[in-house]
Structures are given as C-alpha cells and as structure tokens.
Design a binder for this molecule. Sequence first.
Ligand code: GLN
Length: 479
Amino acid sequence: MSSLHQLTIEQASAGLAKKEFSSVELTQACLDQIASSDHRLRAFINVFPEHALAQAEKADLAFRRGEALSVLAGIPYAAKDNFCTEGFATTAGSKILEKYLPPFESTTTQRLKDAGAVLLGKTNLDEFAMGGSTENSAFYPTKNPRDETRVPGGSSGGSAAAVASGEVIYALGTDTGGSVRQPASFCGVVGLKPTYGRTSRYGVMAMASSLDTISHLTKTVADSALVLQSIAGRDPHDSTSSNLALDNYSEEIKKPVKGLKIGLPQEYFTAEGIDPQVKEVIFSALKKVEELTGTSAIPINLSAPDYALACYYLIMPSEVSSNLARYDGIKYGLSVSGSDLFDTYQKSRGQGLGAEVKRRIILGTYALSHGYYDAYYQKACAVRSLIKKDFEGAFKTVDLILSPVASTTAFKIGEKSEDPLQMYLADLFTIPMSLAGVPAISVPCGVSAGLPVGLQIIGQWFDEKTVLRLAHHFEQSRK
Ligand code: GLN
C-alpha cells in the first residue's frame, strides 16, 4: 500500500473502516508530509496540527464505538483561506484580514465538520481569489509540486498544490472564473466546479456573487463525487442555492458512457495563443473519449471565448467593487486611523488591499458609475445572457462539451505577474462556463513537456452526474 498521505478518500475510508490504520495516523502522515514539503511549496497559510489531531481522535473514538460514519469521517482535508472557519484565522490571502477570526462557520466547512472530516489547515490563494497563479497572495506565492519553478495556477493554487503533493487527501476551493479548474489542470489533479447554486456560498468571502461557486479538488473523480455528495444541496442561508434533489453521484459514475453525445466547440480550438502541444494532448484525449462513448464528437458552435472574457472582466469587477466595500477599516480587519472617517477608509484600504484588488475595484466602480453603467455593465449583462443561450442551444444536440482547461501548461513564476492582461487570458476557456453557470470538471489527460494537461468536460445545469461519469470512465481508461 502507498504511504498513508498518498491515499485517495476511497482508500482512506476503506482502511479506516477495516481498522488498518487510525485517523490519528492518517492525519499525522499528512502533517509529516506538510513538514517535509511545505517550507518549499508554501501551499498553506495556516496549519492546525493540535486541532486536527483532536478531531482525528474524536473520529477514532467513533470508529471504535462502531458508530455509523460518513465516508469522509476521520479524513484530513484543507480549505482555501476564504472559507470562514469559526475561531480560526481566515485571511482571504489579504493583509486587510490578516488578523481576522471569523465568529461563524461557512456552510461547507460545517457540513464537513458534521461528517467528521478533519480540517488540517487553510490554503494560500490570490488575494480575495483574484488571480490565476497564487502570486497575488499578500503573503507569498505557492509553488507547483510538479515543477517548483512554476506556478500552481490560481486562485486556489494552495489547495491544488496541497492535494497534488499529498499534503492533504482533498481540498476545498472556489471557482469564479476558473480558479479550481485551472490549478487542477496545472497541478495534475481533479477539480470540479459544480453548477452555480448546487453548493452554498454562505460563509465564503464574496468576490463576484453571481459567479462564485464552491468547488473542490481531489486525486480522483470518484473522490470528487464523494465530496460533492457531502457538501452540495440547499442551504437556507444562501438564497441562490437550489432545492433540486442531489443524485447519487458515486453510483451514477459507474453507469456506462456508451452513446453519450459529445460536442466540440470549434471556436475553442482556433483561439489564439493555444499551445499546439496542449492541443495535441486534448485531441488524443478526445479520441479516447470517442472510443469510450462509441460516438464521434459533434462539431458545435459557441461564441468565441474572448467575448466571454471581456464580459467577465466587466461583470466580475463590478461585483467586486461592491462586495469589497465592506473592508473599510471600521467593521473588521485592518484599521489604520486617519484624520477623519474618510481618511481612515483611505488609509485602511490603501494599506490593506493589494494592487490587483485595487485595480478591479477601480474598474468595477467605473463600469457601474452614472453614464457608463448602460454602456458597460448593462451591455455585459446582455452578452452574458447570449452566452447562456449558446450553451442552451448546444445542449439541445449534445450531452457534454469537451475543451481544454487552459491554453498552456503551468507557466513560470513571475512570467505573467507584471502583465495583468496576459494573466486574464489564462482563463479564456473556463470563464464562459462560469458566466453560464454550468458545471465543468478538469480531469488530467496527459502531459506536455513533462507538465500536466487537464481536459475540461462541461455539462448541463445540475447534470454533475454525467460530467463525473464521463470523467470517471476517461480516468479509468488511462490506468
Ligand atoms: N483567474 C480569474 C480571475 O482572476 C478567476 C478567479 C476565480 O475563479 N476566483 O478573476
């Protein structure tokens, strides 16, 4: 058997049930791995060894008593540091919240707590989840475990690096425009962004509320199904969470994929800047998928992804500018007192927030301002409806859509950090699904020059089960 920290959720859960090892041993194995690799990778902002071991002991006690436990019981995980965890520092990767201790728990971490999961620590991210490389963290960048000269992607780069390096068994992230799928692709792990409304946003620091989607990173697709089952579902604290019943994801993924109709958006393969080697890896993955389904991929048309990019970079900053107004130096977080109230606002925000966050607040404020609102924000909202319609149209003829997750593999640390536009382009293929709200997964599909490439499988609203099913069969076929 592989070392304990390398286990998947399925393997760990089976081992715990058979008493082959204890949750304390499993948790300690992850803590040891963190001790040996995290001084280099810096995937974590905070680790809670005592708390984690105490939770593990509690799970072990429940196992010994023979209590009926969730599959996630006793298994260590990490949460991106924008999930509020009661009494445990939650920084959102920002100086303005460096000392913030939330008085309440996010719904998702609460659900995992109720399942007996062991929270090991909180992972690094681009400040307030704004970025695609984790270099925008106010504390330090995270490195890619596959090549430490490269970024792990972002903004959930800490979570992706922690899972890929075996520092944790799985991790939570958030995906607003690609922040779970892109780092999953760069680090070679599985990242699922469920349908907007499938998971609850309560207690997660808002970036762009109409796009923010609670998501997760795992080592396998079967594990992704298990985590989704535990965290998804209606939450009275989030009015946008859906009442729709959940499927039994772990059962659904085993069903055959023969006959599934796969769409291939032509515009995603002719886009500028896509690395020819990445394209080749995606095409050979596509061949495999065609073998599995026994059908030929159907060429479809979606609008060019650069329209989505432009639309996103108006809607997202607009929402950012209003969501981040709460960090004013008065209510909570860093407070730098000035000569009057306005000066206090300016000093606190000026010192507490980083350059990228400020850039977006300024862009968003501009797009929402009188005289520009119609030309920018409202126009972007109209384009967003068209993008949604595109997907509705496509799903009349196909069950799933395939595309690359990113145009390139993980780039070098520092390569794009001085050029925001280049950084924004890294999300070209993930943003349209965020605007439409459809579910999408990144599943490892090969390597290019030694670096992992992710295949994106996109499904209809609330059809996570079919997305996971094809991803699972594809993953199995690569073994
Ligand atoms: N990289 C994108 C951005 O910078 C997406 C971020 C996210 O999904 N949180 O906005």
